[in-house]
Design a protein around this ligand. Structure first.
Ligand code: PPE
Length: 304
């Protein structure tokens, strides 16, 4: 259960958490066209900092552009509102959720001139897949559901309606006793998790899905950069489900999931069944940056 904080930013002003409501005929609620972001703020050595704020704001605007929702604010205003939402709620570590949606006006698939509305909420969110999974790895299955075809859903956008596919896959996985689902693309190759990108390690080299049909994860690009700094070769290449089975290590990345090891897929142990050395090294590098212990990537942090 979500723990309420004091205020939510709605269309330029802060409203009390309990009053952050919309009309039931809000267009996005019926048809699913809305754009959102997930951003984390970490408590660090020199105060709290938001991880890769600019990249998240850019992607929010890209998603709105893909969905033809004209943003009523500019990037600077949204970035400032995000920082202010963390400040006003006196949160030191939190998850931040900006949402751009089509408001009340006309009904029917064509949104006409309905207003484009923006909200920003923040709340405390621990390990997405649980502390145990973050430390020792999670158990995943390949979903019976297929991930998006690129001309059905435009995956460069983080669009609310796309997550119906994720919810179906996630519920099926949980009902069958797994922590997470990995979805295959319409050609049968591995695409991503319900809310994470995926990496495999084989013979010391990393492989991750190319960007063609997945969300362009900000954690994914950060991890690719960290790998290259550690002189680990990274390929952005398609791979199959059985290539995951025989991988030495598998992990997923996402703002919510951070860098979570995968210890089992489809009831097959991955590597030793424990997080491997490359996963461990990248996890360590990632957490030392977000917690402000490694100044090499200071530009990735926006201090609150
Ligand atoms: N793929 C999908 C489908 C996805 O939803 C996410 C983020 C990613 C990859 C990783 O992207 P990035 O966060 O930029 O590294 N999923 C968000 C929503 C999770 C939720 O349950 O809500 C997130 O992690 O914030």
């Amino acid at each position: 259960m979500l723990e309420p904080v004091e205020k939510i930013w709605m269309d330029g002003k802060f409203v009390a958490w309990g009053d952050a409501n919309v009309h039931i005929l809000t267009h996005s609620l019926h048809y699913g066209l809305a754009a959102f972001e997930g951003i984390r703020c970490y408590k660090g050595k020199s105060g709290s900092a938001i991880f890769r704020l600019q990249e998240h704001v850019d992607r929010l605007f890209d998603s709105a552009h893909i969905g033809m929702m004209a943003m009523p604010y500019d990037k600077k205003q949204i970035a400032e509102a995000i920082v202010e939402t963390v400040r006003i709620n006196r949160l030191d570590a939190c998850y931040i959720r900006p949402l751009v949606y089509i408001g009340y006006g006309a009904m029917g698939v064509h949104p006409g001139n309905n207003p484009i509305r923006v909200a920003i909420a923040a709340w405390k969110w621990g390990a997405y897949l649980g502390d145990e999974a973050l430390a020792n790895g999670m158990r995943a299955c390949v979903s019976s559901f297929t991930r998006h075809h690129v001309n059905v859903s435009m995956t460069k956008g983080k669009i609310s309606g796309y997550y119906v596919n994720s919810i179906l896959a996630k519920r099926e996985a949980k009902a069958n006793g797994y922590d997470e689902a990995i979805l295959l693309d319409p050609d049968g190759y591995v695409s991503e998790g319900t809310g994470e990108n995926i990496f495999i390690v084989r013979r010391g080299k990393l492989k991750t899905t190319p960007l063609t049909s997945i969300l362009e994860g900000i954690t994914r690009s950060s991890v690719i950069e960290l790998s290259r700094e550690q002189k680990i070769t990274v390929f952005e290449e398609r791979f199959t489900r059985d290539e995951m089975y025989v991988a030495d290590e598998v992990f997923v990345t996402g703002t919510a999931a951070e860098l979570t090891p995968v210890r089992e897929i489809d009831n097959r142990r991955i590597g030793t069944g424990k997080p491997g050395p490359i996963t461990f090294a990248l996890q360590k590098a990632f957490f030392s940056i977000v917690r402000g212990e490694d100044s090499a990537h200071e530009s990735w942090l926006t201090h609150v």
